[in-house]
Write a protein of this length. Structure first.
Length: 142
């Protein structure tokens, strides 16, 4: 194996081990909306959410598991867009991926190619993404 390739793989491995030891990475939280309803999402506004499954892309560069647990709690200080929604609907689970914060926008772009953007700007006040919250009504599409 080429020495530079070996060194590159070693660096990637070290970075991932470092990220995993920090309990850090990106995640997709999955929520279920049992019926259509309107929910106020902070200063973003009041939106109508249809019955179905929603995917939220987020990241935490420290305490990733605590961030996901927060999304599952109903009582919390409402700080982020997702807090307003997660306090009112059921979280089905989350998929975590060790990696840098930049992966969050890449992942949101990929999901945006597969699913409908639920609310423009949702979860994306700190980047240039059109949003990080996606909707699918037909579970057969998953």
């Amino acid at each position: 194996m080429n020495e530079s390739v070996f060194y590159a793989l070693y660096r990637i491995e070290r970075e991932l081990i470092g990220i995993m030891s920090l309990d850090a990475g990106v995640y997709i939280a999955v929520f279920y909306m049992p019926k259509d309803r309107k929910i106020q999402i902070g200063q973003l506004g009041r939106f109508r959410f249809h019955q179905g499954v929603y995917f939220y892309v987020g990241s935490a560069q420290l305490n990733l598991s605590a961030r996901i647990e927060r999304h599952n709690r109903k009582k919390k200080t409402l700080r982020w867009h997702i807090d307003y929604l997660s306090a009112k609907v059921e979280m089905l689970g989350a998929i975590t991926i060790p990696g840098p914060r930049e992966l969050e926008c890449q992942l949101a772009k990929e999901l945006g190619g597969m699913f409908e953007l639920a609310v423009p700007g949702f979860g994306a006040s700190d980047c240039r993404c059109v949003g990080r919250f996606f909707f699918v009504k037909d579970l057969a599409k998953i």
